[in-house]
Design a protein around this ligand. Sequence first.
Ligand code: GLU
Length: 476
Amino acid sequence: MSTNSDISFRDSVDQMFNQAINLMDLPAGLEEKIRVCNATYTVRFGVRLRGSIHTFTGYRSVHSEHMEPVKGGIRYALSVNQDEVEALAALMTFKCALVETPFGGSKGGLCIDPKQWKEHELEQITRRFAYELVKRDLIHPSQNVPAPDMGTGEREMAWIADQYQRMNTTDINAKACVTGKPLNAGGIEGRVEATGRGIQYALREFFRHPEDVSLAKLEGTLDGKKIIVQGFGNVGFHAANFLSNEDNAKIIAVIEHDGAVVDAEGINIENLSKFVKKHGGVRGFKDAAFVEKAESVLELECDILIPAATEGVIHPGNAQKIKAPLIIEAANGPITAKADAILQKRGTVIIPDMYANAGGVTVSYFEWVKNLSHIRFGRMQRRQEEARHQLLADEINRLMRASGIKEQLSSSFTEAYLKGAGELELVRSGLDDSMRTAYQFMRETWHSRSDVKDLRTAAYLVAIERVADSYRTKGL
Ligand code: GLU
């Protein structure tokens, strides 16, 4: 998609940051300290592949070390550049502060088209990149903990973790050097779905506040809401899947790199996902109308628009035409600063990226804690919890019998009530709590200050205040 944005992503983030900082009373020096990226490391390394040496360029940027480790994904894309990685690192700082994950912000990237390389080649490249970062403590359980981002996933994280382990054979906490690993390599249940799940929890929380819902000129619940999803990768798929299956929302359009599919009655997301896995795109999917000009689908009537791909897809060139009254930014930076101003003028409510897509880093936090504690969540309590529930259920049934009541607790109730929480239930509960709490902080600022007109500014205010507090307490 064309970005049609006249300023860079980094400038766009800075501009939004400045809008918030203008409403705060921070000393100018501290303001500047929080704005700037502390360091960006650029590495160029060669890998011998297909008979010749290929040179790759990678980055790891550290935005703020007010808390350590610093945290943020590693992106694989040809478009990766320093400006982008720095903007994303800054967003990580504010995201972590907003959802109270105890990390500073960082981000990494490698200029590569992962589709052009075979798996064993990608492994070689990833291990070499990881080697360069580990050598400089830019991958380290207590200094800098990467995670998946666009173009990377569990597979790459497993290679990175293994590379760190090979270089630090006596580090008992080695697994905590990266998150988003597969379960059998120290990962956690629910990490893959986490960002999409976070979108669902964020929307559910939004719809718990009728006052906010009416500001978006909507009403009711998620039930029956018409949703457009742009980007059908890990985040877009999970968000669409949960919202349609569990909240009865209608996914009326999905926009992908090769076109879009549209069906006013709602698209079957599982079927579409199977199709995309097999064919690499949405073109040819029989159960919905295909639209070649995918970008125009962003402008269709709907209740909620979920941009879930990359930055800059809503820009001054199309912002005026976007009809969705509510946009939730599942991607990082999908709306440029200028487009944001246009949409705000039109009264569009935007649930901002730093909050909306924080589900990923929140569950990464749980994974990191799991790795450091060397035990799966729920392992100690689950059966004990079940035994206590059993005691209570037995006692209620006994009392009912003793009082001559023939009814007993129903088996469906007993079964649901007895089941102790496993890791997945605990992760989801922790994520839900984090998303609800962060939203409440944001909306409190949004509604209590007349100079705060939107959720993004509110999110920045809450996050910057926390980062500033941390610098004030600990010193620079
Ligand atoms: N890449 C994801 C993000 O942008 C996840 C980061 C993490 O888990 O550290 O939030």
